[in-house]
Design a protein around this ligand. Structure first.
Ligand SMILES: *[C@@H]1O[C@H](CO)[C@@H](O)[C@H](O)[C@H]1NC(C)=O
Ligand SMILES: *[C@@H]1O[C@H](CO)[C@@H](O)[C@H](O)[C@H]1NC(C)=O
Ligand SMILES: *[C@@H]1O[C@H](CO)[C@@H](O)[C@H](O)[C@H]1NC(C)=O
Ligand SMILES: *[C@@H]1O[C@H](CO)[C@@H](O)[C@H](O)[C@H]1NC(C)=O
Ligand SMILES: *[C@@H]1O[C@H](CO)[C@@H](O)[C@H](O)[C@H]1NC(C)=O
Ligand SMILES: *[C@@H]1O[C@H](CO)[C@@H](O)[C@H](O)[C@H]1NC(C)=O
Ligand SMILES: *[C@@H]1O[C@H](CO)[C@@H](O)[C@H](O)[C@H]1NC(C)=O
Ligand SMILES: *[C@@H]1O[C@H](CO)[C@@H](O)[C@H](O)[C@H]1NC(C)=O
Ligand SMILES: *[C@@H]1O[C@H](CO)[C@@H](O)[C@H](O)[C@H]1NC(C)=O
Length: 869
């Protein structure tokens, strides 16, 4: 009766150190379809409730790696509970496809995780608890697959395995679904556990047995048979349940202190520091076998992550600057001295001592790096269909060097002569790294020779980097955020982030002579914008215009890809623009002749319009890439264009000129491409002419009209004023003509002058006529001779029959002669009116013509118009 009591005693008192059974699959390091736990055929009855609980630790991922695989005659996956590392999911399938669930669950490698899955076919619920987190899904049974009201159940009599996926009763396993790792405390129940029980199991809560129910299958009840390279052992529950906070890797390469710090930093870790005596002993014992690699003349094993502060005399931790919690210096407390500011830890043979040493100089030791989890690495540069893993972890050692273990099956190891990449699944698959020295580590950009891979690549450069997907690897191995590449700041210490900043990637086979292809029937659209900044020359007399203009052409070229685009397009200047197709513009003017251009070269920019493409791990470089479909190329050119313009000056100075510039893409036929026509509309600044030409000349003509109002007898003044006006008008005319463009036809301004001159001429004629009228018809062509002695006022109309002796003397007409006044005044008045009317009519006519001409362009200068035909 002593035994049960003792067992109970042990169970209770060793609750912390309770041992559970552990099964390890694939123990011989190669992927095999032999390694599994097999319950055999016929051991499992029909079930309506199933619960599976286990602790697991996977060393490699896989797709639907089974924790339960159960088949019956004629149907595989009668029950499959599988873990998908790639897809972060838990896959549950049961009962002839009536239950198929893919549930979110993030499986991490190398750490112990705890899972319970309860499938209740009566309620149609699925409950799963992962690391203490409870999830429940209801109505999991697909009613459409139910047959004839039969009870939904998992059929009995089949075969059950753990660690391999059964396709039939005979096996037909799938190597990609083989489990590599360990399971512990496995329990398969034919009942549903309560959520509390499952949470208790998955959080390793201490206490009495997890469930009072007896499991159908455990690792110990003799029903599960170990097959293939599989081992069974005991492990304390404490080992399984303790949180892994740190993971240590010693790099077996001697370095100075600062070098060790950066080595660990590049691996995204920190230099380790033992915190107590037990820690110290454990760590030293674990890495003691590296002593031959690390010990120098001082026989120290590794650098401690602490440094002395001379001013305070304290030893402080590198991580947080706090004083170190524990030390094992050979003396009592060792003061910090200026020459000795670093600590090395000694090996077992030197009794785990610590010693203060110089940080540099001839003291070297190994870096011992502390990580919170296994450092994740990425392999870039392999083709799409490669068998090698792209995601790897720094994990453990092989042949005394750190090993980089792929997430699925490949690994990078030192084979005593070189670094190789081999696979535990594919025998012939191998890649050998080329290295100058034997201690080159494979992290970074290295040359590899590949054999046996699905890709045709033989000699390739591969980049093994610790940087995450959002980061860029500097040449020295440090990581910066991708957005910082090519942003004109040196973010990498070695400046490698600003080295390859060409924004355009021209693919092989690209021809700059061919137009960008279009996948639709639409023509290639080229956007064109011209910005005339100034009019440099405007010479109307020679019909020459020179303008300063900036013009942009924009188009999309789907053949290209772009890299590292910034939102500000001016940063995205292309240097390789000669290798890219550009719409070469030919500019002709209204006279159909080529326009003279300066020889200023343009600039090609890329305008970013979309988010970057998804990262492509086939590329070594980690630049952001952008598709050519949606991001736009922009060519910007600034130049002076000198061209001729056909001017129609009939309405000058109220004219509006339309000048054309035709931008044509060279080599483009009318049927295929677009013509761009820029029309310049230039209207004359007529106000100048109003003040300088029209107003004075019109006033002169008015003055001429006004001469009719002068004294009728004062012919001299009348004719003089008119003649002078005419002279002045002619002078004006000559002067304006000189500064105006010369044309074969009459311009409006010429007509104006001509009309005015004609009018003045008419006035002169009229004046002479009036004068003649005044002199009278009877005096016409007669010379009146009056006697010298009798000059009387009333002799003017005397008969000519009395000729006087004073021949030759012309008689001055009397000042006022009312005899003819009535008729004369009428004629004079009529002429004043007529000529004033003429003047006003002339003015109105010109106003109307001028206003019409001005209204044509609204009186403002329209800078440019853009036509796309
Ligand atoms: C648990 O197993 C370890 C070895 O793995 C053993 O040293 C220890 O004594 C065992 N403890 C119990 C309670 O069985
Ligand atoms: C595991 O421990 C049990 C007792 O708890 C013991 O009977 C068994 O032999 C141990 N197995 C191994 C492989 O150590
Ligand atoms: C490793 O880092 C963890 C977390 O920062 C820390 O708790 C632990 O003490 C460190 N271990 C060593 C040996 O430095
Ligand atoms: C030493 O400690 C003092 C006080 O804490 C601090 O101001 C100083 O920066 C430290 N010196 C070094 C080199 O860390
Ligand atoms: C250093 O630690 C070891 C192991 O814990 C111990 O044997 C040794 O006495 C310690 N040395 C000193 C100087 O404390
Ligand atoms: C490398 O050398 C170790 C011993 O130094 C040996 O055990 C191991 O088998 C060797 N590995 C290879 C791949 O030659
Ligand atoms: C045209 O150029 C001027 C001067 O360079 C600038 O201020 C203006 O914004 C430009 N307009 C367009 C539409 O580009
Ligand atoms: C280029 O593609 C973008 C995005 O698809 C589109 O908005 C733009 O209009 C295109 N540009 C040209 C010139 O076709
Ligand atoms: C980019 O262009 C492609 C085809 O030209 C189109 O299918 C896609 O929707 C575009 N993407 C964006 C973000 O405009």
């Amino acid at each position: 009766m002593m035994w049960p009591a003792l067992v109970l005693y042990l169970l209770i008192h060793s609750s912390e150190g309770r041992n559970v059974t552990l099964v390890k699959f694939q123990t011989d390091g190669v992927a095999s379809m032999e390694s599994m736990l097999d319950a055999g055929v016929g051991r499992i009855p029909s079930l309506t409730q199933v619960t599976v609980c286990l602790h697991f630790r996977l060393l490699h991922g896989g797709k639907r790696v089974p924790v339960v695989s159960y088949v019956v005659q004629g149907f595989d996956n009668e029950l499959l509970i599988g873990l998908s590392w790639n897809e972060h999911s838990l896959y549950v399938e049961c009962c002839r496809d009536m239950v198929v669930e893919d549930l979110p669950l993030v499986v991490t490698l190398y750490t112990w995780q705890h899972l319970c899955v309860a499938l209740d076919l009566i309620d149609g619920t699925l409950t799963y608890v992962f690391n203490g987190e409870l999830n429940k899904k209801e109505q999991i049974i697909d009613q459409s697959k139910m047959r004839g009201g039969k009870r939904v159940q998992m059929e009995g009599g089949g075969r059950l395995t753990i660690g391999q996926e059964l396709e039939s009763l005979e096996g037909d396993f799938d190597i990609t679904q083989a489990m590599d790792g360990e399971i512990a405390d496995y329990k398969f129940y034919n009942v549903i556990l309560t959520p509390e029980e499952m949470v208790s199991f998955t959080t390793c809560r201490k206490g009495p047995s997890v469930s009072s129910n007896t499991p159908l299958l455990t690792l110990n009840n003799g029903l599960l048979e170990l097959k293939g390279p599989t081992t069974k052992s005991n492990i304390s529950e404490y080992e399984i349940c303790k949180k892994m906070t740190s993971y240590l890797i010693l790099i077996p390469k001697k370095e100075e202190f600062e070098g060790s710090v950066t080595t660990c930093e590049k691996l995204k870790g920190t230099l380790a520091l033992p915190k107590n005596a037990e820690d110290n002993v454990n760590i030293v014992d674990k890495f003691q076998h590296f002593s031959s690699h690390c010990e120098d003349s001082f026989l120290s094993l590794f650098w401690a992550g602490a440094k002395g502060n001379v001013s305070t005399g304290q030893w402080v931790q590198l991580t947080d600057g706090e004083p170190i919690p524990w030390h094992n210096f050979s003396g009592s407390s060792s003061p910090v001295r200026a020459q000795h500011q670093c600590i090395t830890v000694f090996g077992r043979n030197t009794r785990y001592f610590w010693d203060e040493t110089p940080c540099s100089g001839f003291t070297t030791s190994c870096p011992l790096c502390n990580f919170t989890s296994r450092p994740l690495l990425r392999l870039r540069g392999l083709c799409q269909s490669t068998w090698f893993d792209r995601e790897l972890y720094l994990n453990d050692y092989e042949n005394e060097r750190p090993k980089v273990d792929g997430a699925l099956h490949s690994r990078v190891v030192w084979d005593n002569t070189s670094w190789v990449m081999v696979s535990r699944r594919h025998q012939g698959l191998k890649a050998v790294m080329y290295a100058d020295t034997s201690d080159t580590f494979p992290i970074g950009l290295r040359k590899w020779t590949i054999s046996g891979d699905k890709c045709a690549q033989r000699q390739v450069e591969l980049l093994l980097t610790l940087c995450s997907k959002e980061e860029f690897t500097c040449k020295d191995g440090t990581c910066i955020h991708r957005d910082k590449i090519c942003n004109s700041y040196n973010d990498c210490l070695d400046h490698s982030d600003e080295l390859n900043c060409e924004v355009i990637k021209v693919p092989r086979g690209y021809s700059e002579d061919n137009f960008p292809p279009s996948f639709t029937n639409d023509p290639l659209s080229i956007y064109f914008l011209i910005n005339i900044t100034s009019i440099r020359i405007f010479d109307l007399t020679s019909f020459t215009i020179a303008i300063d203009a900036i013009w942009h052409t924009k188009w999309n070229d789907s053949r290209l890809t772009f890299t590292n685009l910034q939102t500000n397009y001016q940063t995205n200047k292309a240097r390789q623009w000669q290798r890219v197709w550009m719409p070469m513009l030919q500019v002709t003017d209204g006279t159909k002749s080529l326009v003279k251009k300066g020889q200023r070269a343009g600039v090609l920019y890329v305008i970013r319009r979309t988010e970057p493409l998804l990262d492509d791990e086939q590329m070594i470089n980690e630049d952001h890439r952008y598709s050519g479909d949606n991001n736009t190329l922009m060519h910007q050119q600034q130049d002076t264009l000198e061209f001729k313009c056909h001017c129609d000056l009939r309405l000058y100075p109220f004219d509006t000129q339309r000048c054309y510039l035709v931008f044509r893409v060279q080599d483009l036929t009318h049927t295929r491409g677009a013509l761009l026509k820029v029309e310049l509309e230039l209207s004359n600044q007529y106000r100048y002419y109003l003040a300088n030409v029209f107003l004075p000349s019109f006033m002169l003509s008015l003055v001429c009209c006004l001469t009719f109002c002068f004294d009728l007898d004062d012919f001299t003044d009348r004719i003089m004023v008119t003649l002078t006006s005419m002279l002045v008008l002619a002078g004006f005319f000559a002067q304006t003509s000189q500064s105006n463009p010369k044309t074969s036809y009459l311009k409006l301004i010429d007509v104006w002058y001509l009309v005015l001159i004609c009018e003045v001429f008419g006035i002169i004629v009229a004046l002479v006529y009036v004068e003649n009228l005044r002199l009278g018809p009877q005096n016409h062509r007669t010379t009146k001779i009056a006697p010298y002695s009798a000059p009387t006022a009333n002799t003017r109309h005397k008969d000519i029959s009395a000729p006087g002796p004073n021949t030759g003397h012309k008689d001055t007409p009397p000042r006022s002669n009312t005899g003819h006044t009535g008729k004369l005044v009428v004629v004079n008045r009529f002429l004043v009116g007529a000529f004033l009317c003429t003047s006003i009519i002339i003015l109105i006519c010109f106003c109307v013509i001028g206003m019409n001409a001005i209204n044509d362009c609204g009186g403002v200068l329209v800078p440019w118009r853009n036509y796309i035909q």
